[in-house]
Design a protein around this ligand. Structure first.
Ligand code: HEC
Length: 219
């Protein structure tokens, strides 16, 4: 019972910290976007956009890594394939809603990203040149050039860009294979095998990128 209580306390603390960080980011994003109080996009005080995107990325990436390692990694089945060292009888699968399974890390990430993007302060998403999901190929010059740079250097790629007449500060962060589950699932996925038969991911490889777009108003 004590253990359960400790867990509940830990989870509550973690959730509160997460909400606090998200709120801080939301407030900052509004401040940096030259909201009502700011003079112009160039002279806003507060946290610079290149730091705000780092904060957003850190929270989102940490949550996904924790989910992959400590939830998906403990399952007995991954996309229909037996996992001998699993301890929980459940399956992480793309069709999680139809099969009573649990979402894949990329789907979990998107569920969170959709909620986080609802208020319009920023958007966050996953891309990869070896994409399984058609919607997640790099699109436009910033993503195409940036994704290649990130793969070549392993470093984030950041800059200003215009999308549909709106100015954004954007960043692409490397999305590395942090757990064995990332590699084994992608390498054996039927779409991956069909589209990229020669691409075999290894642990720590850059598998794609996390894209964050922070809208800037009045610049
Ligand atoms: C059990 C299977 C599975 C695991 C584990 C998994 N993925 Fe994926 N991943 C997928 C599938 C399937 C998609 C496409 C589904 C979607 O996003 O709708 C995807 C999407 C992605 C994308 C977006 C590009 C694309 O392929 O559409 C990236 C980048 C990615 N995964 C990286 C990772 C990383 C890094 C990890 C480990 C932290 C990981 N994946 C773990 C199956 C998996």
């Amino acid at each position: 019972m004590a253990i359960v209580n400790r867990w509940i306390r830990r989870i509550t603390t973690r959730a509160t910290a997460f909400i606090a960080i998200v709120l801080a980011i939301a407030v900052t994003a509004v401040a940096c976007s030259g909201g009502p109080a700011a003079d112009s996009g160039e002279t806003v005080s507060g946290i610079p956009p290149e730091v705000v995107v780092d904060y957003i990325h850190t929270v989102a990436a940490s949550d996904r890594t924790a989910y992959t390692k400590h939830v998906v990694g403990r399952l007995k089945t991954l996309e229909g394939i037996d996992k001998p060292d699993g301890v929980v009888t459940a399956e992480a699968t793309e069709a999680w809603q139809e099969t009573n399974g649990i979402p894949l890390p990329a789907q979990m990430f998107r569920l969170g990203a959709e909620l986080a993007s609802e208020d319009g302060n920023f958007t966050i998403g996953l891309i990869s040149p070896w994409n399984i999901n058609d919607n997640q190929a790099p699109k436009g010059e910033f993503e195409e050039v940036g994704m290649q740079e990130v793969i070549d250097t392993g470093e984030p790629y950041k800059g200003y860009q215009e999308i549909g007449g709106q100015q954004f500060y954007s960043a692409i962060y490397p999305d590395p294979a942090v757990a064995e589950a990332c590699v084994s699932c992608h390498n054996t996925h039927p779409v991956h095998l069909e589209r990229y038969p020669d691409k075999v991911f290894e642990l720590d490889d850059v598998m794609g990128g996390v894209v964050i777009n922070l809208p800037l108003a009045g610049a």
